[in-house]
Design a protein around this ligand. Structure first.
Ligand SMILES: [Zn+2]
Length: 259
């Protein structure tokens, strides 16, 4: 079985994902978050870094965990309670942790929104959901019954332990111009951008109640397919790529949150 020094994998991933140049929220701390003695013999991928996903990796003998949401979302905090337990699990089992949030979302191969579009039969033609210098989502044109699109999203979300909801929608409605922004993708900025781009259907993971109220008044339908489900595809594709590139096995750690 191959064994690859962690720095070799990090030296491949950082430039591939443009980890250093991609803007993000401070707690994202993209890149290598926890190192190990190594070397890497098996890669695990998960949406979140949690006790459940670390244990899932350890149980199957993986010692590099790739995640979309890393350890430090809450900013600097004491390593006590659940935070201590996560770090201890990583260290006790010599598991390294690499996180990629917006660098993954904005990526031309591994973007969550890009891969979700393909998964439900949509062809992206442009970016969407600008955050500083990058676009975290995608958009495009189609001609599909909105109910059919919702059914495809429902199948996808249910396969990942979630479900889909939609804002108010006429039964015979068609989707002609759509946008996708995975995760918590609905905010005042993305709604403004959607209106300006003439988007009629916005697919996201989750959003506040007011977004469904506003959508109706903008001739927009928002489909909420789950934060977890909509962010499974990118990190999965990244792990598959990395495993093939370095000749090590990889595994998916399913840990649905129900959201
Ligand atoms: Zn997210």
């Amino acid at each position: 079985m191959s064994a690859v020094p962690l720095p070799e994998i990090v030296a491949h991933l950082d430039p591939l994902l443009r980890t250093g140049e991609t803007p993000d929220y401070p707690g994202a701390m993209n890149g290598l978050q926890v190192e190990h003695r190594g070397p890497v013999t098996k890669i695990a991928a998960a949406v979140d870094c949690s006790a459940r996903t670390i244990r899932g990796a350890v149980d199957e003998g993986a010692n590099l965990l790739l995640v979309h949401h890393g350890l430090f979302w809450g900013g600097p905090q004491p390593l006590t309670g659940a935070r201590y337990a996560r770090v201890r699990l990583l260290l006790d089992h010599d598991v390294a942790l690499y996180a990629s949030h917006l660098p993954l979302d904005a990526h031309e191969r591994f973007g969550n929104s890009l891969l979700l579009a393909r998964e439900v039969g949509l062809a992206p033609s442009a970016g969407f959901a600008r955050y500083e210098t990058v676009e975290c989502g995608v958009r495009g044109d189609a001609d599909v019954a909105s109910a059919e699109l919702l059914a495809r999203l429902r199948a996808f979300a249910r396969a990942h332990g979630g479900d889909v909801r939609a804002s108010a929608m006429e039964p015979d409605r068609r989707t002609r111009r759509w946008a996708i922004c995975s995760g918590a993708g609905v905010n005042a900025g993305t709604l403004r951008e959607a209106t300006a781009a003439g988007i009629d259907t916005l697919i996201t993971g989750e959003g506040p109640h007011w977004s469904a109220v506003d959508a109706e008044e903008h001739g927009l339908v928002i489909m909420y397919a789950g934060h977890y489900a909509t962010e499974t595809l990118g990190v999965r594709a990244l792990a598959e790529h990395t495993a093939a590139r370095f000749g090590v096995p990889w595994m998916w750690v399913a840990a649905p949150t129900g959201l």
